[in-house]
Design a protein around this ligand. Structure first.
Ligand SMILES: Nc1nc2c(ncn2[C@@H]2O[C@H](COP(=O)(O)OP(=O)(O)O)[C@@H](O)[C@H]2O)c(=O)[nH]1
Ligand SMILES: [Mg+2]
Length: 195
C-alpha cells in the first residue's frame, strides 16, 4: 500500500467533533500499551502520526487521520485506565461505545490484543459491542515477535477460544509481519463498501 499522505485532521470529545466529509473510516481499538501507536506507524510507514495522537490531551479523545485523502484511520482512546478516575473511565467508555454504535462512516473496526496475554474484561466488552453493532470487525494480536512460533500458535488458539472467534491476524510492528494481511483486509472492506 502506497501512502502518499496521512494527516491529523481533528480530535473529538463527542459526536459534534467528528469529521463531516463522509469519508469511510477504519477504527483502531485497544487498551493502552497494546501497541496501537506502533501498529499505526508501521502500517503507514511513518512515525509522525502516532506521536500526534500520543500528545497529552489527545489520548482521551477520538483522533481522526485522513489517509491518502480517501479514508480515515480513527484512533480510539486506549482503555488502560492506569491513572484515570472512575468518572474518567466511564466517560471514555461512553465515548467509544457511542462512536461504535452510531458512526455510519465506520466500515471496519480493528480490535488489538496483546498476543502474550488472554483478553481482559475490557477487551471482551469491546468485542461484545462490536458484535452488537453487527458490522465487520477484525482481531489483531500485537507484538507477535515477542513469542516463539510455538508459543504464538498456542496463544492464538487460546485467545480465539476466549473470544469465540474463528480468525485473528498476528502482527509485529518490529518485523512488519502481518502488515500485508492487515492492509489487504482494510482495503477489501473499503472497496467493498464503495461498490
Ligand atoms: N517487541 C515489540 N514491541 C512492541 C510492538 N508494538 C509495540 N511495542 C512496544 O510496546 C510499548 C507500547 O507501544 P505503543 O505503540 O506506544 O502502545 P499504545 O499505548 O497502544 O499506543 C512500546 O514500548 C512499544 O515499543 C511490537 O510489535 N513488538
Ligand atoms: Mg498510543
Amino acid at each position: 500500500m502506497k501512502i502518499s499522505d496521512a494527516i491529523f485532521v481533528r480530535g473529538a470529545i463527542d459526536s459534534d467533533g467528528y469529521p463531516k466529509d463522509g469519508h469511510q473510516e477504519i477504527a483502531f481499538i485497544g487498551r493502552s500499551n497494546v501497541g496501537k501507536s506502533s501498529l499505526l506507524n508501521s502500517l503507514l510507514g511513518q512515525r509522525k502520526l502516532a506521536r500526534t495522537s500520543n500528545t497529552p490531551g489527545r489520548t482521551q479523545q477520538i483522533n481522526f487521520f485522513l489517509i491518502n485523502r480517501d479514508f480515515y484511520f480513527v484512533d480510539l482512546p486506549g482503555y488502560g485506565f492506569a491513572k484515570l478516575s472512575k468518572k474518567e473511565r466511564e466517560t471514555l467508555l461512553l465515548l467509544i461505545e457511542k462512536y461504535l454504535a452510531q458512526r455510519t462512516e465506520l466500515v471496519l473496526s480493528i480490535l488489538l490484543i496483546d498476543s502474550r496475554h488472554l483478553p481482559t474484561e475490557f477487551d471482551l466488552l469491546m468485542k461484545s459491542w462490536l458484535e452488537e453493532i453487527g458490522r465487520p470487525f477484525l482481531i489483531v494480536l500485537t507484538k507477535s515477535d515477542k513469542l516463539s512460533n510455538n508459543e504464538l500458535r498456542n496463544q492464538v488458539g487460546k485467545i480465539k477460544l476466549a473470544l469465540g472467534v474463528q480468525d485473528v491476524v498476528t502482527y509485529s510492528s518490529i518485523t512488519g509481519s502481518g502488515k500485508d494481511s492487515l492492509w489487504k483486509a482494510i482495503l477489501a472492506q473499503i472497496s467493498n463498501e464503495k461498490v
